[in-house]
Design a protein around this ligand. Structure first.
Ligand code: PDD
Length: 281
């Protein structure tokens, strides 16, 4: 088993993978990405991830250098060669390497890279006990539905969470509207109703979020995609985060305030159990 990269059309050990210092992803964050997890060699929700990659690329007018079938073959081969049981796959496409100048370079091929590493597991203890989060003002740009590599506000907010001893920072507007975490979507449970912020341009349309909404409905809960306020978040019975790598993670504290009775709630547990069944199937 070994960390692997796919660069310039070839698989190489990750430590040997290199891109140009003039890559526009490096100079301008001029690129998009995806994070996908493969369980037992099988990429979870691959068509959904590839469709979002296509949407992100189209939104920044970046031609994808490979079609979905080609990307799928690279992913399968990367999983096979890296040999991990559960693999974290990272795809990044940038507008290629060219002398630094803001407009799109003429006749430059976009740069497709992929990496394959072991999927880290959330410690059992953390999963059982839940996590705390902080809130932070959403200072990001207007098009957060694009999975762009320009993640500086997310990096700064996530670091703020780490320094506060929290697992995640949740972006909230100055008017108190809750958007999402720095690497996750957020759900609120109130009176057995499951709420999550709507699919606007202000949040990433999470693949896990979508699957979770379906799991919640399958479990018999009513779901609502509508604006969630900071008051609703603080007064929720349960709060949880969703994302490709964390799956579903209960939140027990927001800005130091205990949510519900202070443990991972029964609705969260039930919906997560459904989600695990989906993964297994
Ligand atoms: N992040 N919101 C943001 C801002 C994210 O970066 C992510 C995922 C999500 C959840 O989306 P999904 O369920 O499709 O993974 C929501 C990935 C994992 C990352 O940047 O590492």
């Amino acid at each position: 088993m070994s960390d692997l990269a796919y660069v310039e059309g070839k698989f190489v050990p990750l430590a040997e993978a290199k891109v140009s210092v003039e890559d526009r992803g490096f100079l301008f964050a001029d690129g998009v990405y995806e994070v996908i997890v493969a369980y037992n060699g099988c990429p979870f929700k691959l068509p959904e991830h590839l469709a979002r990659l296509q949407r992100s690329a189209a939104a920044i007018r970046l031609p994808l250098p490979k079609d979905a079938n080609q990307i799928q073959r690279i992913i399968q081969e990367g999983i096979r060669q890296s040999g991990f049981q559960n693999t974290k796959i990272y795809l990044q496409i940038t507008r290629g390497a060219a002398p630094r100048s803001h407009p799109f370079p003429a006749d430059v091929k976009s740069n497709f890279i992929a990496t394959f590493r072991a999927k880290g597991e959330v410690p059992q203890e953390t999963r059982k006990e839940g996590v705390s989060v902080i809130t932070t003002e959403d200072i990001r740009w207007a098009k957060c539905y694009i999975k762009s590599v320009a993640l500086l506000p997310n990096v700064l907010a996530n670091q703020k969470a780490v320094e506060a001893g929290a697992f995640e920072a949740v972006f909230v507007t100055s008017k108190g509207v809750v958007h999402e975490g720095t690497t996750s979507n957020i759900f609120v449970v109130k009176n057995e109703k499951v709420l999550t912020p709507p699919r606007t341009e202000k949040i990433l349309h999470g693949v896990t979020r979508e699957a979770l909404l379906q799991c919640a409905r399958d479990a018999g809960y009513e779901t609502f995609e509508h604006t969630v306020t900071i008051e609703e978040l603080l007064q929720a019975d349960e709060v949880f985060l969703t994302g490709t790598t964390i799956e579903v993670l209960g939140v027990v504290k927001v800005d130091g305030k205990t949510i519900g009775v202070g443990g991972v709630g029964p609705v969260t547990k039930q919906i997560y159990a459904r989600f695990r069944q989906l993964i297994e199937s």
